[in-house]
Design a protein around this ligand. Structure first.
Ligand SMILES: C[S@@+](CC[C@H](N)C(=O)[O-])C[C@H]1O[C@@H](n2cnc3c(N)ncnc32)[C@H](O)[C@@H]1O
Length: 505
């Protein structure tokens, strides 16, 4: 990797991004956590600044797959132009499954896995996170793409969970991570271990007898191969830790009160990614997550001094990741590039024409606000986004409400926003507009007066208008103090050499 490499966050479909932007054999480690074909709609549940869960939900992504033209086209492409084994497996699966949603899912995965195989270095490894809904079919597809000889492990991540009593089957308590190398040369960099809980655990598992030498120091006799036994002091033997096999039962899933939780559905624990990244990469290696959601992989890669590429198909995820990275590393964050986000008025307009929700999420991200509710559920009460700030020591958060407009705007919008400001008992309201505001709009906004913060802080306009053009050129909303993170913030992390591990909680 060249010295002037910058980490990358791509907005877009990972198939296109991989094909257009990621070079052959350039990546050392891939972790992917695609939607599992769970037939669920995943919502983001936001938290208010006072820590309570707000009812504001927005749809993050949908995990539905259908056999449609896109799936049929991908199938045709793999079968006619893909590697022979992958074509064979897909055809056999279609013969068995038919043209249904599972087949659509496997086809969309297969075409992406072929690209991931291309970009992985021969010494690299891939970890595919899935669950038993599709893991057995995915194993066949992975064998076809990466080769059965390069299969290393089916890691079972089992998390402590209150077992639900179901009517027709047992409860689900684990997920699978299919671990492959690109070639037989792919080796583990750091074998995962965890601390022994106690001397008793060590003795019970190792089945070794503890002896004492003349100084009273405890030791065991370990097998050194060839029938030889070597003396090892117990404290030193325990220090290496307990090697971990395929069953990972020491990493809890994220509860709703977990510190690192950002309320993004399917968010994975950082400890899980830390184990994978340490096991299969060195500092300075390039880590890729093509389905990166709220960015667990990129945050851990950054903390462990790896280079990274993250890809996601929603502006919501990209916005969340920007906030998470900034919140976690502050000024220590390595420079990174966001690609696929509108960078000028023309591309902002194109995004607004293409998808109003994506435009809104992007515009709110640009203003450092978060979406307010599920627009798809039609709960629009005149607010698209919110933001919080504190301007005294009381611990109380003040609210800013935002409305985003991509079409024509008029004074009526300002009057509506003024109504929402009063109804919501917010301190400040802002209209973000793609079009230039008219003079009557500016007058109407000025008439709303000022918010007077406590103490000596200067007053700020209660109703503000910001154009997309102004936001793109770096202008910010006027607040009495610098804004707080508007998404629930992950704990700040400091990048240091080999920080103490978060494993084994
Ligand atoms: C299961 S979530 C990943 C969660 C992630 N591991 C985390 O810890 O936050 C899957 C993500 O894949 C994204 N996604 C789905 N299809 C995609 C595609 N074709 N290209 C890029 N991202 C996609 C979704 O938007 C979603 O954020």
């Amino acid at each position: 990797m060249s010295a002037d490499w910058e980490n990358k966050l791509y907005f877009g479909d990972n198939l296109d991004i991989l094909r257009e932007h990621v070079a052959d054999e350039s990546v050392d480690l891939i972790y992917l956590d695609p939607p599992f074909n769970s037939k669920a709609t995943y919502n983001v549940l936001f938290r208010e600044k006072n820590g309570t869960a707000s009812h504001a939900q927005i749809t993050a992504f949908e995990d539905f797959w259908e056999w449609d033209e896109e799936a049929a086209r991908a199938f045709h492409e793999v079968v006619t132009r893909g590697p022979g084994k992958v074509a064979d497996v897909l055809q056999a699966l279609r013969g068995f499954l038919g043209s249904n949603d599972m087949m659509a899912y496997l086809t969309m995965m297969a075409i992406r896995l072929i690209e991931l195989h291309r970009v992985l270095k021969p010494s690299g490894c891939v970890y595919l996170h899935c669950d038993s809904v599709a893991s057995h079919y995915l194993k066949l597809v992975m064998d076809a793409v990466f080769g059965p000889r390069n299969f290393k492990n089916n890691i079972v991540w089992t998390y402590q969970k209150w077992g639900r009593v179901l009517k027709k089957a047992l409860g689900y308590e684990y997920q699978d991570i299919l671990f492959y190398g690109k070639s037989e040369n792919a080796e583990l960099i750091e074998y995962p271990t965890r601390a022994w809980e106690s001397k008793e655990e060590y003795v019970r598992i190792r089945k070794q007898k503890v002896r004492s030498d003349e100084d009273g120091r405890e030791y065991v006799l370990s097998d050194a191969g060839g029938g030889r036994r070597v003396k090892r002091f117990l404290d030193e033997a325990m220090e290496y830790g307990r090697p971990i096999g395929e069953v990972w039962d020491d990493i809890a899933s994220l509860t709703s009160s977990a510190k690192e939780r950002l309320s993004y559905p399917t968010q994975k624990p950082e400890a899980l990614l830390e184990r994978i990244i340490r096991a299969s990469s060195n500092e300075g290696d390039l880590v890729l997550d093509p389905f990166c959601g709220c960015g667990t992989t990129v945050v851990v890669a950054e903390r462990l001094h790896r280079l990274w590429i993250g890809i996601d198909i929603t502006h919501l995820a990209i916005g969340l990741m920007r906030h998470r990275l900034k919140g976690a590393f502050g000024s220590q964050l390595s420079p990174y590039d966001v690609i696929g986000d509108p960078k000028d008025l023309e591309s902002a307009r194109a995004l607004a024409d293409e998808n109003r929700f994506q435009f809104e999420w992007w515009a709110l991200g640009l203003a450092e606000a978060r979406p307010a509710h599920d627009k798809k559920k039609g709960a629009d009460r005149g607010i698209d986004g919110v933001m919080s700030f504190r301007d005294d020591d009381s611990g109380e958060y003040r609210r800013v409400i935002l409305q985003v407009k991509s079409g024509r705007v008029s004074s009526a919008h300002i009057r509506d926003l003024k109504g929402s400001l009063e109804r919501e008992k917010a301190q400040i309201a802002a209209l973000i507009t793609l079009q230039e505001p008219t003079s009557p709009m500016k007058r109407e906004a000025a008439d709303a007066g000022f918010y007077d913060p406590p103490g000596l802080l200067p007053p700020v306009p209660r109703l503000q208008i910001l154009t997309i053009e102004e936001l793109l050129s770096g202008k910010k909303l006027e607040l009495p103090i610098s804004r707080d993170e508007t998404f629930r913030k992950a704990p700040r992390q400091f990048k240091g050499k080999r920080q103490s591990s978060t494993l084994g909680r």
